[in-house]
Design a protein around this ligand. Structure first.
Ligand code: AKG
Length: 270
């Protein structure tokens, strides 16, 4: 099952879509088991910040991940759906778990992803898969429909608070929060969003955990330029694009410049 024409149309129009594609309950249960293990194996790391969770063992960003998430990112149904949105050449370049514990799950400030990423031309489709129920009460993803359309990055302000997942926030006046849409999902459902879409999520003060996994895919017409952003904490936690592994999952690298060897020492697919 891949995307219908109307789902593709909604993604183009709104900058996101919730497709009918979804994971089976058995798959969700298995992935939740993996997530529970990762949380136990990464005691010093906030579960909203499990970056590069698809890399087995301890990755260059200090997180212990699992190839179970790499298997998920390579799922042929998901990759085919992404190809309908970004074209036939699909490169996997990132995967982060945003798990908000019940009671004190952190807010994700309104932002555009493109602000944080070294991809030129800037392009990515994120597939955000719910592992738990993701509802208004436990801090589901929220989006500003159509905010991707100008295909430009708006001003972001430095966020000084410690209790937010990212440290930059789309500046006041760059969007109208009254137009926000809450993306409520059942476990196994997913949303797909464009790199320019303004989105974020509220803190989770409910007793119910809200875990989702964000998988990032770019087209083979873009370059993952490892020289643009030095390793650092520009997102509020350690990010190292210089050692990020890339996987060509469909088609070709049209730039001929993407490096698919870097960073694969720990990245073992099963
Ligand atoms: O999981 C969230 O609440 C935020 C996710 C996000 O910002 C992203 O996937 O780009």
């Amino acid at each position: 099952m891949t995307l219908s024409e109307s789902e593709i149309g909604r993604y183009r129009q709104d900058g996101y879509v919730v497709p009918s594609l979804r994971l089976s309950p058995a798959r969700v249960a298995a992935l939740r088991g993996t997530l529970d293990r990762l949380i136990a194996e990464n005691p010093g790391i906030r579960p909203e910040r499990l970056v590069s969770a698809h890399i087995e063992g301890r990755n260059a960003e200090g997180v212990r991940g699992s190839a179970d998430f790499l298997d998920l990112a390579r799922d042929p149904g998901i990759v085919a759906a992404v190809a309908r949105l970004i074209g036939p050449d699909v490169i996997l370049w990132g995967c982060q778990i945003f798990c908000k514990p019940g009671g004190n799950g952190m807010e994700v400030p309104w932002h555009q992803d493109g602000h944080y990423w070294p991809i030129r031309p800037l392009a990515t489709c994120t597939v955000w898969i719910a592992l738990d129920e993701s509802k208004i009460e436990n801090g589901c993803l929220r989006v500003i429909p159509g905010s991707h359309r100008a295909r430009e990055l708006h001003a972001h302000m430095r966020e000084e608070r410690e209790d937010v997942v990212l440290n930059q926030r789309a500046a006041d006046g760059t969007f109208d929060e009254a137009t926000a849409v809450d993306i409520e999902l059942e476990p196994g459902q997913m949303s797909m969003h464009d790199v320019y879409l303004i989105h974020g999520s509220n803190a989770n003060r409910s007793p119910k955990r809200r875990a989702g996994i964000a998988i990032r895919y770019m087209p083979g017409t873009s370059l993952f330029d490892r020289t643009i952003m030095r390793p650092g904490d520009q997102s509020g936690y350690k990010i190292d694009f210089t050692t990020r592994p890339l996987w060509l999952l469909a088609g070709q690298d049209r730039t001929g410049l993407n490096d698919f060897r870097v960073g694969h020492a720990h990245a073992v697919a099963r």
